[in-house]
Write a protein that binds this ligand. Structure first.
Ligand SMILES: C[S@@+](CC[C@H](N)C(=O)[O-])C[C@H]1O[C@@H](n2cnc3c(N)ncnc32)[C@H](O)[C@@H]1O
Length: 204
């Protein structure tokens, strides 16, 4: 199944370039982060799980092996085409839309994940409100995000021209999530992968 919403604004930032830096970072950063995300969300056979800001579908490809139906939600058309190629014939629904306007029914999914996507959303309040609408009561949400930079890392990130100088900590994410109706917002103890990213889990 494929739905396309070209009238919605495409994401201006965060689009993956597999042949550039994202390609180099894939085995070193994205693979361990995706593994930890899957462990945190515990997808079950028969569940429906949204991969919000799915990019080219690398995380969706892992999720679908657990027997869940994966909803690959991504606003960037070129990324979505790559995800469709990668995941052809698998139990995946493709929805080309931003998280701020998810064209699926209320309480119709069991869980959602967002891997280094949320900091790119243009409207966090609207994005989390939409996820709260489509996740069933007691369903799960798991985010992987850049860790906030301390006094040493912050100037290094700034010098490197990183977009992630001011990455949010747990309190900022918790405030956003609780305002949207999520509860039990905690950090997932992601083994050594927690050195790479902040893993935030919440219940709907
Ligand atoms: C760094 S990439 C991560 C891709 C994928 N989650 C992964 O881990 O491989 C960030 C993704 O977020 C998407 N994105 C940006 N704004 C978005 C929005 N408003 N709603 C949903 N996705 C968005 C981008 O198009 C991009 O694919």
């Amino acid at each position: 199944m494929s739905q396309s919403h070209h009238d919605e604004p495409a994401a201006g930032t965060g689009v993956m370039h597999p042949s550039g830096l994202h390609g180099l970072l894939h085995p070193l950063w994205f693979v361990p982060v995706h593994r930890a995300l899957v462990k945190a969300v515990e997808p079950q056979a028969g569940e429906r799980v949204i991969d919000a800001g799915a990019g080219t579908g690398a995380l969706s490809e892992r999720l679908v092996t657990f027997g869940a139906t994966v909803i690959c939600l991504e606003p960037d058309h070129a990324s979505m085409q790559q995800a469709q190629q990668r995941l052809a014939g698998q139990n995946v629904e493709f929805v080309e839309a931003p998280v701020e306007h998810i064209p699926i029914n209320d309480a119709s999914v069991d869980a959602a994940v967002a891997s280094v996507s949320a900091h790119h959303w243009s409207d966090h309040q609207a994005g989390f409100a939409e996820l709260a609408r489509v996740i069933r009561p007691d369903g799960r949400l798991v985010l992987a995000e850049f860790r906030p930079a301390g006094p040493i890392l912050r100037p290094i990130r700034r010098l490197a021209g990183s977009k992630h100088v001011d990455a949010w900590g747990l309190d900022a994410w918790r405030n956003q999530l609780e305002a949207a109706g999520f509860y039990d917002v905690t950090v997932y103890p992601a083994g050594w992968a927690r050195l790479l990213a902040l893993f935030i889990v919440a219940r709907r």
